[in-house]
Design a protein around this ligand. Structure first.
Ligand code: FRU
Length: 465
């Protein structure tokens, strides 16, 4: 498909999302370089405009003044250099002296017969200086692949930057020679000279063979490490997607830069489409997370039928993170209240007239009771008092069932778009994020529960029509 044809197909697709970030055409994956600079929010992302199935990635770019309305900007970087010719891979941004410094992985695959894991691949750390998030003043390799420490495969990537007491740190995700995950730490006084400091934490054989997209920050007096392990072993109720994304909370010892975990590695999301979370702190001091509402290396039955309509994947709604009760809570940004219209409030049990395709639904129960919620054709959310089950029928296109033990459920905040559902349980304690592809007009909402409480429904629209 040519880009022109893709653009035409995209225009007629009722599955185009109404209030989520998505590619104009082609493929989108990880969020990158998120920052608020001079008041403006910037989001960059892994992007291949000309191919719905991915390829050598560019950095797409969007800006926003309010985190709700996004403007499509020209592509920020393309894989044009010898050190990134097979992809301007993931990375992050940090402000210093009135400029944005981006760091990304330049992916290179050497021609020939290689496995591209232990040989044939280069992943270079590239430094990009921008005065404003649009122009590039300087773009150069700061850690060439050849300088990575011994003991690793060729997979070391996705630099995420942070600063502490005027000193700079970079974490990178790595795959060791014996196929374990690891987080490498570099440090720098000035973002120019980089020293290898050691690993922050090392995985064992059950924790995956490669850790992608690390993110580290201090939040609510704790230290948090986020990572996206490839190949982590599934447990009964966790890690059932092809790859997982999760976090540990603990304490970092700053001299050695070693993290002592105080929690187990916990999965972030209990739905089907969630990978490569990436955070930034905004001017209000909020820790905001972007995340790819998609996943790689899926089994053949899992599909996104938009591939025949010229595009694939999107970002989930941006969420604010907090540390509470040894967990990361995720809450949709309050800014999204501005796009609520036509409120309808009903008592549970008297809500049989609710229906919609693009909406927010808030269920508030006086106490935890079993329930059965059906929405968008054949998506069901069932709570039996112990386990919360998310099930899709045909509209799930291969996404079948996920089960999560939860002791009590008293509140649900659900964001539905034309082809996505995000379910926040107990004010952000658990979240289930998933793509669905229902037929147009499949809009009935049914909630059955022997519970007291209310259901509030809003149409969601970026602009009032
Ligand atoms: C995660 C990832 C990153 C890499 C990027 C390439 O989804 O594999 O590790 O930088 O995507 O698009």
């Amino acid at each position: 498909m040519t880009i022109e044809n893709m653009k035409k197909k995209v225009q007629n697709d009722p599955w185009r999302l109404k209030y989520h970030v998505m590619p104009e055409t082609g493929w989108l994956n990880d969020p990158n370089g998120a920052i608020q600079f001079d008041g403006t929010y910037h989001l960059y992302y892994q992007y291949v405009p000309e191919d719905v199935n991915g390829g050598a990635t560019h950095w797409g770019h969007m800006t926003s003044e309010d985190m709700v309305h996004f403007n499509q900007e020209p592509i920020f970087m393309s894989p044009t250099e010898t050190y990134d010719i097979d992809g301007v891979y993931s990375g992050s941004g940090i402000e210093k002296d009135g400029k944005i410094h981006f760091f990304y992985t330049g992916n290179v695959k050497q021609p020939g017969d290689h496995d591209y894991i232990f040989n044939g691949r280069e992943q270079n750390v590239v430094h990009v200086v921008s005065p404003d998030g649009f122009e590039i003043e300087r773009r150069e390799v700061v850690i060439p692949h050849a300088d990575f420490p011994e003991g690793f495969s060729d997979h070391i990537r996705d630099p995420k930057l942070f600063e502490k007491n005027g000193h700079y740190y970079m974490v990178l995700g790595g795959r060791t020679e014996d196929n374990k995950g690891s987080i490498l730490v570099y440090d720098s006084p000035d973002l120019e000279k980089w020293n290898y400091h050691g690993t922050m934490i090392d995985g064992n054989e059950d924790q995956g063979y490669m850790w992608e997209c690390p993110d580290f920050f201090e939040l609510d007096d704790k230290d948090v490490l986020i990572l996206s392990p490839q190949g982590i072993l599934p447990e009964v109720y966790q890690f059932n997607n092809p790859h997982a994304a999760g976090y540990v909370i603990g304490e970092l010892e700053w001299d050695s830069v070693k993290l002592t975990p105080e929690t187990a590695f916990q999965e972030f999301d209990r739905g089907f489409d969630f990978y490569a979370p990436h955070t930034f702190e905004d001017d209000q001091g909020r820790r905001i997370m972007w995340v790819w509402m998609g996943i790689g290396d899926t089994n053949p039955e899992y599909m996104n039928p938009t591939v025949t309509r010229g595009w694939q994947h999107a970002m989930a709604l941006p969420r604010e993170l907090t540390v509470e009760n040894g967990k990361l809570y995720q809450r949709p940004l309050p800014e999204y209240k501005e796009i609520r219209y036509n409120e309808m409030k009903r008592a549970i049990g008297a809500a049989d007239d609710l229906a919609g395709e693009v909406y927010e639904l808030l269920v508030e129960m006086e106490e935890s009771k079993p329930f059965h919620l059906t929405l968008r054709q054949d998506t069901e959310l069932i709570y039996d008092g112990e386990i919360l089950t998310l099930k899709h029928g045909r509209s799930g296109y291969g996404r079948r069932k996920r089960m999560t033990p939860i002791a009590e459920v008293t509140q649900l905040q659900i964001f539905v778009d034309t082809s996505s559902i995000e379910i926040f349980v107990n004010d952000g304690e658990f979240v289930l994020t998933t793509r669905v592809y229902p037929e147009v007009g499949q809009d009935l909402i049914a909630f059955e529960a022997d519970a007291k409480g209310t259901m509030t429904y809003w149409d969601l629209k970026l602009e009032e029509e």
